[in-house]
Design a protein around this ligand. Sequence first.
Ligand code: AMP
Length: 309
Amino acid sequence: MSLLTVGSVAFDAIETPFGKTDKIIGGAATYITLAASFYNSDQKIVAVVGEDFPQDMLDTLKSRGVDLEGLQIKQGEKSFFWSGRYHNDMNSRDTLVTELNVLEYFDPIIPESYQDTEYLMLGNLSPQVQRTVIERLHKRPKLVAMDTMNFWMDIAMDELKKTISMVDVLIINDEEARQLSGEYSLVRASQMIRNLGPKYLIIKKGEHGALLFHGNSVFSAPALPLEEVFDPTGAGDTFAGGFMGYLASTEDISFDSMKRAIIHGSALASFCVEKFGTEQLTAVDRGDLEKRIGEFISLTDFNMEHVIS
Ligand code: AMP
């Protein structure tokens, strides 16, 4: 089923303890659509780039089944640019530069052919733009998921809460969950955040995996212990893309299906961090993904038979 992604398509410059990049391709919607393309060949994107954005990346997205009718290319303008530096633990980072450029006045136009969208992934963007997209769809999609970040909590908390109240699934990291709720305990935070509206909350914990909260149920997924984490940029978006891509392809949005979707998202995210930017995500194939999912299954497989009589 069709999956519509809204988010940044951008340039990033990244510094990690392993090295530094000049401007490379990044952006939340880039990672989301690349990840979802492992499951879904009916993808659409609403985004904006400047005339500086390379055509070959747009061709890559197209070749992976992403319909680019909703991607605006602004002549004479520059693409969104973000730069970040990771700390030695690779779990936290500082934003060095955020140049909104084309995103500053982004008006998300929804092509008529996108109106039948069943799954909507609101990637990291201004909460006002995210909400406009929901409002401009004539029919509410079957499932609306949303990502956000501390940047929007710092400058637009009220707007953000309004948008959060309209989505089914919120996907954020542990630090963001704490900032959004004002609670340190993630269990308490999950209750407060779900009181804002979303029935499902996913809290990503970097190298410690992810939690899915729904009603009184909690599911805990591990992250694959990797020998080397090279660049965590985009891991959260890749996770979200794998999660929504899987759900859209199975058309099953039950709690059990969401658990499987989290493992798919986690497996793809584990590839993403192995190289800078989108490099590894565009290099691996379905076979690599299946093998990695097998590693996730064996990671948490244990037998209690002789422990409890
Ligand atoms: P993640 O590492 O999953 O949090 O996502 C990193 C991506 O988010 C980068 O490729 C950036 O281009 C993009 N990004 C960073 N800040 C923003 C922002 N304020 N709005 C939209 N996208 C952003």
